[in-house]
Ligand binder design. Structure first.
Ligand code: PXL
Length: 277
């Protein structure tokens, strides 16, 4: 069985980061190890959340794992929160990224034109340096603009996205999938792969936002890559699954404000996966 390690926070309530990656990627048939970078009582949209930084434990986990001679088929990172965490991920790459290990980074520091609370330019710079080392990066359009040094724009055209992709590729990013791109009545992704191919995939826009949607996209994408999907097919599956889950959540009268109802749609994803095997 393939093994992925997911390195991001545990938000005890709220359905995001590890509490999406672990159930979802496991359900996709991949052994999913975790390193929790921090434990939050609830994700950061809850007023009064607590935050316990686990940075001090990470070097110990790494040295124990090193003694176990572990191999990872993929290293996935999402919300990290401090530049110290990012340096630890760079160290983790040194120790565990082999030639055939997929490295997938969702930079998670901004959305809708602005950085999340607690993030600043120094963090954006540090996460950009991690993105340069990763095999696959999955920034949303706001993060991609900030990392490329361009101002975020609400209304944009293809040349703006192209400029972002050119700049990120020139920095050394390999496979770039930009998510959350709103174009008229559509929402989707535009990607540039390391072989120079570009592709896009758009679906009708769903007028609903739920926390953890980006984590759902990235986890699906990572799980699909490990199920031998090409980057193109993995990205399309992730868009389809995310859009389907958003729609189900929106129609679910009992949904909570704080998270996406992916628990209900896992069977849909698994059916799609087994059909294509
Ligand atoms: O969904 C990304 C994410 C993960 N973890 C925490 C967050 C966020 C986004 O804001 O706050 C704690």
């Amino acid at each position: 069985m393939k093994r992925l390690v997911s390195i991001q926070d545990i938000s005890c309530i709220g359905k995001c980061s590890q509490t999406i990656a672990l159930p979802l990627i496991s359900a996709m048939g991949i052994e999913t190890s975790i390193i929790p970078t921090a434990v939050l009582s609830a994700h950061t949209m809850f007023p009064g959340f607590t935050f316990c930084d686990l940075s001090d434990s990470i070097p110990e986990i790494i040295s124990h794992w090193k003694s176990l001679n572990l191999h990872f088929d993929a290293i996935l990172t999402g919300y990290l929160g401090t530049t110290r965490h990012i340096n630890m991920i760079l160290d983790f790459y040194e120790q565990f990224a082999e030639d055939n290990t997929l490295t997938i980074v969702d930079p998670v520091f901004a959305d809708n034109g602005k950085m999340y609370a607690g993030f600043d330019n120094e963090y954006a710079h540090a996460v950009t340096s991690l993105c340069k080392k990763a095999g696959y990066i999955v920034p949303n359009i706001t993060e991609a603009a900030i990392m490329s040094g361009l101002p975020y724009r609400e209304g944009f055209d293809a040349s703006y996205i192209n400029e972002i992709l050119d700049r990120l590729s020139a920095f050394g990013a390999s496979n770039i999938i930009i998510t959350s791109i709103r174009r008229g009545n559509e929402n989707g992704i535009i990607a540039r792969l390391s072989d120079g191919t570009d592709f896009e995939y758009f679906k009708p826009h769903i007028d609903a936002t739920f926390h953890g949607t980006g984590d759902l996209f990235t986890s699906t994408f990572a799980g699909a890559l490990l199920n031998n999907y090409s980057a193109y097919d993995a990205a399309r599956l992730a868009v389809d699954y995310t859009a389907y889950t958003l729609g189900v959540t929106q129609n679910n009268k009992t949904h909570n404000w704080y998270g996406i109802d992916f628990e209900e749609t896992i069977p849909w994803l698994i059916k799609k996966l087994s059909f294509s095997c």
